[in-house]
Design a protein around this ligand. Structure first.
Ligand SMILES: *Cc1c(COP(=O)(O)O)cnc(C)c1O
Length: 220
């Protein structure tokens, strides 16, 4: 696995407007450093403790994205440094992030995770829950979180039409809420697409792709 080559190859195919999150979960710091030395500054992790360990060991100009499901009792460990939380899927979690961000005197950027897949197992808000959370975010004083976009994961399937349908669904929700523009809510980022489907995701309007195995190799 040549991490640098993989990274540069992928970056060369991405439109300039698309942000690459290098998903480094389970990989050792030495692998992340290869990507860092090739210019990568945004890394995605799905476990808070692992992200914290890597944050402590690595250069401080890295932006750490939490892409996994977040338990509210662990928010405090990432609040001092996390740069973007992709998987906000409840009001309870948003409130906790706001509380911990306040303690750290920060504003933490968040994406709301939308349930677009067929699988029940995947996390995310449904349409009604999304409306509720956006409504509350507008009216309540969540001064220490900023909702900057949406995130979703397509069904795990080979069926490209199915995946495309789900991505377009998410894009339509994103477009529908473009008029929102408050101090703590403005949807700029659409995080969708992983190693297997990022090209399709970009065709469907993704502005942020989360790519792991195509950069770092398959995980155990
Ligand atoms: C692991 C993970 C990815 C990256 O998956 P790859 O298929 O390795 O690119 C992207 N998004 C989330 C939420 C993940 O957990």
């Amino acid at each position: 696995m040549n991490i640098k080559e993989n990274l540069l190859e992928i970056k060369s195919t991405l439109p300039e407007s698309v942000t690459l999150v290098a998903v480094s979960k389970t990989k050792p710091v030495s692998d992340l450093m290869e990507a860092y030395e090739a210019g990568q500054r945004i890394f995605g992790e799905n476990k808070i403790q692992e992200m914290e360990e890597k944050f402590n060991e690595m250069p401080k100009d890295i932006q750490w994205h939490m892409i996994g499901h977040v338990q509210t009792n662990k928010v405090k460990f990432m609040a001092p440094f996390v740069s973007l939380v992709h998987g906000v899927d409840s009001l309870k979690l948003l409130k906790e992030i706001n509380k911990q961000a306040l303690k750290n005197n920060r504003v933490i950027d968040c994406l709301l995770q939308i349930h677009i897949a067929e699988e029940e197992t995947k996390f995310g808000l449904d349409d009604t829950e999304l409306e509720e959370i956006l409504e509350l975010a507008k009216n309540e004083n969540f001064n220490n979180v900023k909702i900057v976009g949406l995130m979703g994961m397509a069904t795990f399937t080979e069926n490209q039409n199915q995946i495309k349908k789900e991505f377009l669904h998410l894009k339509s929700i994103f477009d529908k809420n473009q008029s929102l523009n408050t101090q703590n809510c403005k949807l700029n980022a659409l995080s969708m697409g992983m190693s297997g489907d990022y090209q399709l995701a970009i065709e469907c309007g993704s502005t942020m792709v989360r790519i792991g195995s195509s950069i770092f190799g398959t995980r155990n």
